[in-house]
Ligand binder design. Sequence first.
Ligand code: NAP
Length: 245
Amino acid sequence: MKGKTMLITGASKGIGKATALLCAEQGASLVLLSRNSDLLNDLKQEIISKYPAKVLVFPCDITKPEQIENVFKQLNAEKITIDCLVNNAGIMQDATLLTISDELIKNTYETNVFPVIHASRLAVKNMLRKRKGSIINITSIIGINGHPGNTVYGSSKAAVVGITKSLAKELAPLNIRVNAVAPGFIETELTAGIDEKFREKNLNSIGMKRFGKPEDVAKVILFLASDLSEYVTGQVIGVDGSMVI
Ligand code: NAP
């Protein structure tokens, strides 16, 4: 990853943070986004104390398109070219059909779907300088297989698969690859609130008999960011220990 710069949304915790640490270890420079500047600065300190990586952090609410635009304005002004965009930031709030509020639909789509298109549009303009790039979108097995109580979240993640496949076809002639990663049940803050009975049910559906770690997902993101996957585009790679086969 030496010489490559990755922009990761939702880098303050969970899968985004694990990806930042792993890719820095492998030599990447990083541009890290989330709303929480304290967590981002702590992560930056951790990374630069361990690895010789260049790290820029930007507090950014991805539901505000002008804030993402502002990040790219600053990168472009400093002539920083992004080799890889990881659209990772996301939220999950369960609601069965009759309890779904319009606000939940709006918040979920404004976080999980629209910024994937907004950030990709800005990143591709930036990547055109090198005529090469990799976009990695984090979807979910729920977006592919569905789940009760996850109509809103699941449909937002299904949209991410749709974005990935259309963009992969559109951008292949420009040598920009677009892939998605579909995690199963990964132990992060996103799943921390899930009750014990439901956790057990999920665990029983995993052949490997363990929940995933953020690092399990980070390793697949690293593969898709690196030139090891240079002929791979339009794919959705599951990381779920056999939960869905
Ligand atoms: P997490 O630990 O809750 O982290 C979510 C990240 O998204 C945080 O860094 C958060 O940063 C950021 N974020 C949320 N809203 C944001 C906003 N409006 N603007 C900027 N950043 C925002 O969750 P995770 O499990 O690592 O999830 C990462 C991705 O994987 C998500 O897209 C999720 O849907 C997907 N996924 C997770 C699982 C799982 O089992 N954990 C399974 C399938 C898919 P701040 O709060 O600092 O802004």
